[in-house]
Design a protein around this ligand. Structure first.
Ligand code: CA
Length: 345
């Protein structure tokens, strides 16, 4: 329905033009001190010759830094002469949140990645989601959206993708993930589906990769370098740039390990509010029944901590470690080696 809906957001880029352009998505933001105020979201397009269109996005969540840094650096440095095709780069899609250092938008308190496919007449985040979905995605063949766990946890450096029912698209996406070259690629059965950018990308039949490259509210050195190499590897894999993807792993592994998060028992949740002490770090091999962490009740010194146990074997993909958690928060997510038969079951 929203396909052709006009947006209130303006963009001064000519997407058909050859060369490099830096421009802005100008989103209206009326406020007490400026009725005609706008929010400017930087966008860089590098285009040359014939080839696919690749979209690189960072900062959909404002407190996830590695993607913002890597996409911005590529946007500053990518020479159109090296490209066959078109690269659209938005280093900080949710720039109000990025400048505010928060996951959610400070304008409407929304999670942009739960607002898709958006609404041109909705709140700021809904209007922005609609513009990305209805005005950017129709041009795109491949989308790589760079994330981390922000302040809520840390992730083993990984690409990720939904388990796609279409076998050919699943294979092509796994090949793109292997070319990106993160230590892990997590195939998962989503959380809160339908409202994410990934879901909008998939609805349009576009190849979609996500990443989780850090977290805990800091910049991961490894995460930035995996992101930068991964963006270039993606351009090489899809033929926009010459050369072969470099997928060597720091620990000597032959390449990306495909993993899956199929079983709901991979998720462990806090049974109460408290101060969470994790027992493992990302990438650890964990066993069912082992203690994932302890929930401390600091306000009641004599009360014993609650032990939270893993509900199955796996490797730790995401781990909380940000201190206080609320009842119902995910404190650990495990993954297992990808198995095509088990995945299809
Ligand atoms: Ca995120």
């Amino acid at each position: 329905m929203t396909e052709k809906a006009p947006s209130r957001i303006r963009c001064d880029i000519d997407f058909e033009k050859i060369g490099r352009q830096l421009g802005y998505l100008r989103a209206p933001h009326s406020r007490n001190s400026s009725g005609w105020g706008t929010i400017e979201i930087p966008i860089v397009v590098v285009s040359n010759g014939k080839g696919p269109t690749v979209l690189f996005t960072g900062g959909v969540h404002g407190d996830e830094y590695e993607g913002q840094i890597a996409v911005a650096r590529l946007a500053r440095t990518l020479d159109p002469a090296r490209i066959q095709g078109r690269v659209i780069m938005i280093p900080a899609v949710n720039i109000p949140a990025a400048l505010n250092n928060t996951r959610l938008s400070p304008i409407d308190d929304r999670d942009l990645n739960r607002c898709f496919p958006g609404d041109p007449r909705g709140t700021f985040s809904q209007m922005l989601a609609h513009f990305i979905d209805a005005h950017i995605l129709p041009m795109v063949d491949v989308s790589v959206d760079l994330h981390t766990c922000g302040h809520s946890g840390e992730a083993a450096p990984s690409t990720n993708m939904h388990y796609l029912p279409d076998a050919d698209m699943r294979r092509r996406t796994m090949e793109a993930a292997a070319a990106f070259g993160a230590p892990y690629n997590a195939v998962f059965w989503g959380v809160d589906e339908g409202a994410t950018l990934t879901s909008s990308v998939e609805r349009r039949g576009i190849l979609s990769l996500g990443t989780e490259l850090g977290g805990w509210g800091r910049v991961s050195v490894a995460g930035v370098s995996i992101a930068e190499r991964g963006l270039l590897n993606t351009l090489k894999h899809f033929g926009l740039m010459e050369g072969r993807p470099d997928t060597r792993q720091a620990d000597g592994a032959p390449g990306t390990r495909h993993m899956m998060v199929r079983d709901p028992a991979n998720y462990s949740f806090a049974p109460a509010d408290g101060l969470f002490e994790p027992c493992n770090v990302i990438g650890d091999s964990c066993r069912e029944g082992e203690i994932a962490g302890r929930l401390h009740f600091i306000e009641d010194v004599d009360r014993a901590p609650l032990e939270i146990r893993y509900r199955r074997d796996g490797h730790l993909w995401m781990a909380a470690g940000s201190g206080r958690v609320r009842r119902g928060d995910a404190i650990a997510v495990l993954m297992q080696a990808y198995d095509e038969t088990a995945a299809a079951a």
